[in-house]
Design a protein around this ligand. Structure first.
Ligand SMILES: C[S@@+](CC[C@H](N)C(=O)[O-])C[C@H]1O[C@@H](n2cnc3c(N)ncnc32)[C@H](O)[C@@H]1O
Length: 174
């Protein structure tokens, strides 16, 4: 029996990320996975040939042999360097909205010019990409695409949970 809090750890990353693959950079490239959880997606990104950095505030979730940062949004203070793709899956609704602006700005600092940010938003509690698009734009992230999908977890799907997968491109701030 899997604890309800960790059912997301069993999702197949190849299925989860299939619609987003066209937005991935060519390998080799650097991916930053923020709120990486158990490392399910990070391990898959690595197998695809990417250099992966993980940030996860909850140390209980870390795989034993990996180099992880105990860090979180909005500060991400332990990170340096710049990334080609930043992924934030099933995390943003856990972040208080007063932190969103600072989080987008910090993520912009960590992005190479032209980098992408793929951010999934849980509906509810959020209502869609419009909840964040203007804030992101102010920090230098232009909304490029949105893909709305039902939850891959049976219980959440039955309950009507949807996800907006927002793809942003790093541009000069407005
Ligand atoms: C539902 S899990 C998703 C984990 C993984 N990204 C996935 O898609 O399976 C949410 C994760 O966000 C992390 N988290 C919560 N608040 C965070 C914050 N402020 N910054 C970064 N990660 C956070 C939690 O510790 C947890 O691992």
């Amino acid at each position: 029996m899997i604890h309800a809090a960790f059912r997301w750890a069993c999702i197949d990353p190849a299925v989860l990320w299939a619609p987003l693959r066209p937005f991935f950079p060519a390998q080799p490239a650097r991916i930053l996975d923020v709120g990486a959880g158990s490392g399910r997606d990070a391990a898959w990104f690595f197998r695809l040939g990417y250099a992966v950095t993980c940030v996860e505030p909850d140390r209980r979730l870390w795989p034993i042999s990996a180099d992880w940062e105990a860090d979180g949004l909005p500060a991400l203070s332990g990170l340096s360097g710049r990334f080609d793709l930043i992924t934030i899956s099933a995390v943003w609704h856990l972040l208080p909205d007063h932190d969103w602006s600072a989080a987008f700005e910090r993520l912009a600092d960590l992005a190479k010019p032209g980098a992408r940010l793929i951010l999934s938003l849980r509906l509810p509690p959020m209502t869609g990409a419009d909840d964040v698009a203007a804030l992101a734009q102010g920090a230098g992230w232009q909304l490029h695409d949105v893909c709305r999908r039902a939850s891959l977890q049976a219980g959440n799907r039955t309950a009507g949970v949807m996800w907006d997968w927002c793809v942003f491109a790093r541009v000069a701030p407005a």
